[in-house]
Ligand binder design. Structure first.
Ligand code: G16
Length: 512
């Protein structure tokens, strides 16, 4: 097992030992950092039978990458080797075992969302207790709520709780819209598919704190009947490019989807011919970045603004931002941890994966004057959860910008037209044989694969394709874009077959 893109993930049965050991590791990290460490039990976008565990560092950031290999090593030793492995970690990291000034905040997603979560949470608590950790269990939360609570807690606000989160973001949203709303009735509703996950109850609470006279949120897929992430949720809508099952859509109404733990957000609508229009992470990033840039300009503030994307970013979004908007772009491998790190190298960093994972970061070293000269910008940044991508905060930010600009979803999706694209998954015997470079845009190994992809791509106008092993599922992911949907589908098909043939495909050949 490996720490992967965002912690350990896999079929929940038989994973208790990994969770137990991560409880131990979190306790050790907490001793080292003399601060609370977060542990989140979730498999995010994965199906209900999967579960996962990830550690969160004191400021709400992802676990330091240098510790991911320690986590992987600890998870992979036999029981007989466990104590020796723990000793090695303690020695190599110089962990002061006598240190008592730590807490462990632990969160679980309860039975109704994932049947396995209760026992796996218990395993984390047991592991942490083995090192005498004091554990605060905050119960059912979204992933970004835990990041937020942890950062506040380590910042000295030891009484911080879930309610604090709602009050903070509800008042930030109202402050940004304040003047506009005085004389205006509530705008049209936004319908939010919560993937039958934890976000449904949490979004309902947030909407209540804001007030139905200010925002009209209709929760869909609240977990009462459907299964977690099954035919719904941000990943399903993005990859399938279709609405969640059963949702009746109307042209130009606003629809959004979270994933199971509410750290991804995507929007969608129908045009007048009832074509499905997706407004994914790329479009959200473009909306945020141009809004920030315009407000910086208005206030004559000179700050370095950058957008961070991955190889999944649609070619036309990159063209739009660089060539039409003159905004600086950087590209990193998939994984919020990489994008977040890169975003922090800009004064203001806007990062989004096309799958809807993203947020805005603001360099804390900028002076208060530089930070807050533009009042509106300050109010906007108050809505953002800067610790991690947060579907609820990002939803409020999108809604606020649209209201402020007096835009409907139509003006938003027309800022640029996406190149048609297709994503696919291929089963191979061992996905680790695929190694990539250049921010995952090129395959290094097996050496025959990249020339085969290059040859296929050349056949399609505006063609682009890449493949990479997933860090959260046992598959190789394929992305393709081209001038028409037919060509994008065809290219994805051909590249999938190349992966299957050269990369050791198993099971049925990928045909779609
Ligand atoms: C996690 C990561 C994301 C990544 C996604 C898919 O998301 O946080 O950065 O894009 O996995 O990763 P992969 O393609 O390697 O499977 P989530 O929402 O599942 O936590």
């Amino acid at each position: 097992v490996s720490y992967g893109t965002a912690g350990f993930r896999g079929n929940a049965s038989g994973m208790e030992y990994v969770f137990f050991r991560m409880g131990m590791l979190a306790a050790l990290r907490s001793k080292l950092k003399e601060a609370a460490i977060g542990v989140m039990v979730t498999a995010s976008h994965n199906p209900e039978h999967d579960n996962g565990v990830k550690l969160i560092d004191p400021q709400g950031e992802m676990l330091a990458q240098s510790w991911e290999s320690l986590a992987t090593a600890l998870a992979n030793v036999t029981n007989d080797q466990l104590i020796e492995q723990l000793k090695q970690i303690i020695d190599s990291q110089k962990i002061p075992l006598s240190n008592t000034s730590f807490m462990l905040i632990h969160v679980y997603i309860n039975n109704s969302y994932k049947p396995s979560s209760l026992s796996l949470s218990r395993a984390v608590l047991d592991g942490a207790s083995a090192f005498g950790a004091t554990c605060h269990d905050h119960g059912l939360l979204t992933t970004p709520q835990l990041h937020y609570i942890l950062a506040c807690y380590n910042g000295g606000d030891i009484k911080v709780d879930e309610e604090h989160y709602y009050q903070n973001y509800a008042s930030a949203f109202k402050a940004l819209l304040n003047k506009k709303l005085m004389n205006q009735p509530v705008t049209s509703p936004v319908t939010v598919d919560c993937a039958n996950g934890v976000g449904a109850a949490k979004l309902t609470k947030l909407a209540e704190r804001i007030g139905a006279n200010i925002i009209d949120i209709v929760v869909y897929n609240d977990g009462q009947s459907g299964k977690l992430n099954e035919n719904c949720g941000a990943d399903y809508v993005k990859v399938q490019q279709r609405a969640p099952a059963g949702l009746n859509m109307e042209p130009f109404h606003r629809y959004a989807s979270f994933d199971g733990d509410a750290d991804r957000l995507i929007y969608y609508t129908l045009d007048s011919d009832c074509n499905f229009i997706l407004l994914d992470g790329d479009k959200i990033a473009a909306l945020f970045a141009t809004y920030i840039r315009d407000n910086l300009k208005k206030a004559s503030i000179n700050l370095r603004l950058g957008i961070i994307q991955t190889a999944y970013a649609n070619g036309n979004s990159t063209n739009f931002l660089i060539n039409q908007q003159n905004i600086e772009i950087a590209c990193t491998p998939t994984g919020v941890k990489y994008l977040h790190e890169k975003a922090l190298t800009f004064d203001i960093g806007v990062y989004f994966e096309a799958n809807g994972h993203g947020t805005v970061t603001f360099d804390p070293n900028k002076s208060a004057e530089e930070r807050f000269a533009a009042k509106k910008l300050k109010l906007f940044l108050d809505i953002i959860n800067q610790t991690v991508g947060d579907a609820m905060c990002d939803l409020l930010a999108v809604e606020a910008i649209l209201q402020d600009k007096n835009w409907s979803v139509k003006e938003w999706y027309r800022i640029y037209t996406e190149l048609p694209n297709r994503q696919a998954k291929v089963q191979v015997a061992d996905r680790r044989i695929i190694e990539t470079g250049d921010a995952e845009r090129k395959v290094i190994l097996p050496s025959m694969l990249q020339p085969a992809i290059d040859e296929l791509v050349r056949k399609y106008p505006s063609g682009r394709s890449f493949v990479r092993p997933s860090g959260t599922e046992d598959v190789v992911r394929v992305y393709a874009e081209a001038n028409t949907q037919e060509n994008a589908d065809d290219l994805a098909q051909q590249v999938s077959l190349a992966v299957y043939n050269i990369g050791g495909g198993v099971g049925k050949k990928p045909l779609f």
